[in-house]
Design a protein around this ligand. Structure first.
Ligand code: CAA
Ligand code: NAD
Length: 288
């Protein structure tokens, strides 16, 4: 049993927002914190839109959509998260930022039954956990996929210090949220991004080297390999900054520069072309 009544979500971006929505739809109260007020506002609007759409399509009742919305609160002070039973951290893919948060979380959330989970795509759970000091055995990777309301998997990653009971409770919570948990070991990128992200990076090389234009690269992979979206479109969807950060974690963690982000990917990030979330990445994206 996970015993979670209130879930704290740190980071109100595409992943944090999705995790809070799915928790609320599963009857769990979600408290969303972000250090940028504009992110909280955007997240609130996304929830209203997304749950409204589900009700409009008849996937859930209007009453259930309203009840889910009512279970989500937004807080702009970190200390307001103190009463939560479980934390999922979903801020930027940056070890310094994550370690700072886990240091502060361990000082604030001293209850032994409170799990401190990270939604990191690639960063070592063991290394994040060391920032939590004596609470390191309560730190675990709980890796949701984008878009969270649709994707079935939660990759569960124990760090070297993670208690076996914490892993079992993470699997139970993921299941209660309607997901399928699968455990992977704590190596850079785990399983998902060890396999997925080099393929996406290679698609940027194919574009940069003139093998084909983005539409052709994506079309070939969609129609030829039956991917739901091509790798460059998927990169836009994930966020080009996140893709580049993951590649750097792979290169450092696997000690091999062949994993460094493609220069064209780095250049787009430098130009602020981050994908869907900034309105332009490989492609232009209209705001919904
Ligand atoms: N939230 C909720 N529902 C959504 C959604 C969202 N953000 N995006 C799409 N949907 C729903 C649509 O409403 C639609 O529902 P209905 O069938 O009930 O109408 C359904 O999903 C299909 O959507 P669309 O018809 O608009 O488009 P599609 O058929 O192309 O599906 C997609 C969209 C589900 C995103 C699909 O393209 C897909 O599966 N893409 C690949 C996603 C993927 O690989 N994700 C993993 C990324 S890697 C990751 O997450 C890990 C990491 O660490 C980086
Ligand atoms: P995002 O850029 O959409 O959102 C990140 C949010 O974190 C922003 O709202 C930002 O304001 C907030 N933030 C940054 N620093 C903060 C801090 N110190 N305290 C509080 N809030 C802070 O990013 P995302 O795509 O939601 O990714 C979040 C995490 O989830 C990353 O670790 C990423 O690797 C992982 N992830 C992403 C995907 C994906 O497809 N995008 C999938 C699975 C996992």
């Amino acid at each position: 049993m996970h015993n979670v009544k209130t879930l704290a979500v740190i980071g109100a971006g595409q992943m944090g927002g999705g995790i809070a929505q799915v928790a609320a739809m599963s009857g769990i109260s979600a408290m969303v914190y972000d250090s940028f007020p504009a992110s909280l506002e955007k997240c609130r609007a996304t929830h209203a839109f997304s749950l409204g759409k589900l009700a409009e399509k008849g996937k859930i009742s209007q009453a259930d959509a309203q009840a889910a919305l009512a279970r989500i609160s937004f807080v702009s002070a970190f200390d307001d998260l103190a009463s939560a039973d479980w934390v999922v951290e979903a801020v930027v893919e940056d070890i310094t930022v994550k370690r700072d948060l886990f240091g502060r979380l361990s000082a604030m959330m001293t209850r032994e039954d409170v799990v401190l989970a990270t939604n990191t795509s690639s960063i070592s759970i063991t290394e994040i956990a060391t920032a939590a000091g004596a609470a390191c055995h309560r730190v675990v990777g709980m890796h949701f996929f984008n878009p969270v309301p649709i994707m079935q998997l939660v990759e569960v990653i124990p760090g070297l210090q993670t208690d076996a009971a914490v892993i079992a409770r993470t699997e139970a919570l993921a299941t209660a949220m309607g997901k399928t948990p699968l455990v992977a070991n704590d190596r850079a990128g785990f399983v998902s991004n060890r396999v997925l992200m080099p393929m996406i990076n290679e698609a940027f090389y194919a574009w940069m080297e003139g093998v084909a234009e983005p539409e052709a690269i994506d079309g070939i992979m969609k129609l030829g390999c039956n991917f739901p979206m091509g790798p460059l479109h998927l990169a836009d969807f994930i966020g080009l900054d996140t893709c580049a950060n993951i590649m750097n974690v792979l290169a450092d963690g696997l000690n091999n520069d062949r994993y460094r982000p493609c220069p064209l990917l780095r250049q787009l990030v430098t130009a602020g072309r981050l994908g869907v979330k900034s309105g332009r990445g490989v492609y232009e994206h209209k705001k919904k």
